[in-house]
Design a protein around this ligand. Structure first.
Ligand code: SF4
Ligand code: SF4
Length: 307
């Protein structure tokens, strides 16, 4: 990789990416098929990062909520020290294989994650010094166990992306990749995010069903003045909800204000808190002290979780 590449982000954080950047028109020699001797080898020892869109596709495939999907099939990881979290597929209990792997191959093939589709290519989002827009490039991952590189087929990366259904995944994942790139490139200028804003980032990016509940809540309406048409759209269209989540994160973490905040947001929050405190005091007076966590939506009620 050339020296003046400032930031890169790849879905293969632990993989031996060959360090040369490739354009979409670059040819690669590769073919993967069921009859190949290494079939399933790559799914037996996984390190698969998920995008928010990957999670949407997989939770629909499995017919479960994003909250359940995160609990059963993923594990969080730190993308950078004290920074934002990513999500990886969690392998089988006491093993390294993917939970979706079967003898016949991937059991969620039509909805397999971005990283699985790209393999053995890695998508790199980057910004060079003195450039203000992100660019996407590719690199080739060559691992000894993967015999697909010895197959007699040459295909350009662009054609391979089409074959693997990646344009749709790339479009849906772009807002998230830009967020991560921005966070990594802004470094100390935005300060270390509080635990609360990191929790918010995690929920808004990965737990979309819970984020939808938050947007529908009175606590959200107390703070943000969303017009009715936009509110209806984001509550009913999951892709719009995801894009809205990225907007709200940019507002909260980078102060890029695009969602109007109510003038009386602080007073409303305080009134709601007082009301809740009064109810809790009344319950405590009747049944004694109550142990436990605050109400679920309290973690996300302020316009800026760092405040
Ligand atoms: S999701 Fe499918 S393709 Fe990806 S690692 Fe798991 S079994 Fe393999
Ligand atoms: S050719 Fe590579 S990608 Fe295909 S099954 Fe073998 S190890 Fe996996």
């Amino acid at each position: 990789m050339s020296d003046n590449v400032e930031i890169s982000d790849t879905p293969f954080p632990q993989s031996p990416v060959v360090p040369s950047l490739l354009e979409g028109g670059a040819p690669i020699q590769f073919r993967c098929h069921k009859a190949i001797a290494c079939f399933n080898a790559c799914c037996k020892n996984i390190d698969i990062s998920l995008t928010p869109y990957d999670i949407v596709r997989l939770k629909h495939r499995l017919g479960i909520t994003s909250t359940d999907f995160l609990t059963r099939y993923t594990m969080p990881y730190e993308m950078e020290k004290n920074g934002i979290a990513g999500v990886k597929l969690r392998p089988v209990e006491n093993g390294t294989a993917c939970q979706f792997m079967t003898e016949e191959g991937c059991s969620v093939y039509a909805d397999r994650p971005t990283a699985c589709r790209y393999y053995p290519v890695a998508l790199l989002s980057m910004r060079r010094q003195n450039e203000y827009t992100e660019r996407e490039a590719y690199a080739l991952v060559e691992e000894a166990h993967c015999l697909g590189h010895q197959e007699a087929r040459t295909i350009t990366i662009d054609a391979y992306r089409q074959e693997q259904g990646l344009p749709e995944y790339d479009d849906a994942g772009r807002g998230w990749r830009q967020l991560i790139l921005k966070k990594k490139s802004s470094g100390p200028t935005v300060g270390t995010p509080s635990k609360r804003s990191l929790q918010f980032f995690f929920m808004a990016c990965y737990d979309l069903d819970r984020f939808r509940e938050f947007v529908a809540s009175d606590a959200f309406a107390d703070v943000y003045a969303l017009d009715d048409a936009l509110r209806t759209t984001v509550l009913n269209d999951e892709m719009q909800l995801m894009e809205f989540a990225f907007r709200l994160i940019r507002q909260i973490m980078f102060n890029e204000v695009t969602i109007p905040v109510r003038d009386d947001a602080l007073q409303k929050r305080q009134a709601r808190k007082q009301e809740r405190d009064a109810v809790m005091a009344e319950i405590a007076a009747k049944v004694g002290p109550i142990e436990g966590t605050p109400l679920e939506d309290e973690r996300y009620t302020c316009s800026n979780p760092d405040s």
